[in-house]
Design a protein around this ligand. Structure first.
Ligand SMILES: [Zn+2]
Length: 254
């Protein structure tokens, strides 16, 4: 029986020491960041988002796809972490270890104060050259260049955002660590993700399989909700702050 209350969720998490927070697009959407699957605004609306998020699409028209990313950089630069991001960061005050495993590429968890973030789909704040032989570049590293997209300062190849495009593998190290922590955590909090895109979606299943308490926060029940210990219906920005508040009263000496 799924108990749909924040109190029940806090009770179920109260004795946990190691917590993994697994997040997806829903968390960023509350900060005004649309996903590939959402309708895009203005002139971008008429283009197929798949064209912007595959290596083939990029190679077909690098300048066009780069311009679209610059448009997105602007949106993210103007966005702020929302109460959901901030409440997730506050969990670090309550448990021995908290790791955020995210499918988002916008860096908002780090800006909200989370100190251990595994980015399964890469980061739009980091750049590599086409075959990833050189990487770790920041946008500022290309400030002096006229080329759009810029060129790799080492080999001269095209620069690409260091994100996982459709059809590409998830970064091995991040996925391994995410799997390890998911199997070892006492509780996993899932926020704003439908949990249907594999291999990332395997992590909550891994946690359940290993006996962890699983709390699923989502405005609409997903495939995962029915398998969760507790499903909380609602947006992360509304629910997670309540959960943190409830956990504080349980974990801090009165
Ligand atoms: Zn290079």
């Amino acid at each position: 029986m799924v108990q749909n209350s924040v109190e029940a969720a806090a009770r179920a998490m109260a004795r946990a020491r190691h917590v993994v927070v697994f997040t997806g697009a829903g968390v960023s959407r509350e900060s005004g960041i649309a996903t590939f699957r959402d309708a895009e605004e203005g002139i971008w609306r008429k283009y197929d988002p798949m064209e912007m998020a595959t290596l083939e699409g990029y190679l077909r028209d690098p300048a066009f796809v780069w311009a679209w990313y610059e448009h997105r950089f602007g949106i993210v630069a103007g966005a702020e972490p929302n109460p959901g991001h901030r409440a997730i960061a506050e969990l670090e005050q309550l448990f021995d270890s908290v790791t955020v495993v995210t499918q988002n590429i916008d860096g908002l968890h780090q800006r909200a104060g989370s100190t251990d973030v595994i980015e399964l789909h890469g980061s739009m704040h980091r750049f590599a050259c086409l075959h990833r032989e050189h990487g770790g570049f920041r946008l500022a590293d290309f400030a002096g260049q006229e080329d759009r997209p810029p060129r790799c300062p080492v080999c001269g190849d095209l620069i690409r955002p260091d994100v996982v495009w459709f059809g590409e593998a998830l970064p091995r190290e991040e996925l391994d660590r995410g799997q390890r922590l998911s199997a070892a955590c006492d509780a996993m909090l899932v926020v704003g993700t439908s949990g249907i895109v594999f291999p990332a979606a395997a992590l909550p299943l891994q946690a359940i399989h290993s006996g962890a308490t699983l709390i699923d926060v989502n405005p609409e029940p997903s495939a995962l909700s029915s398998q969760a210990t507790i499903y909380l219906k609602g947006r992360g920005g509304d629910i997670v702050p309540q959960l943190v508040e409830e956990l504080r009263t349980r974990r801090e000496p009165g």
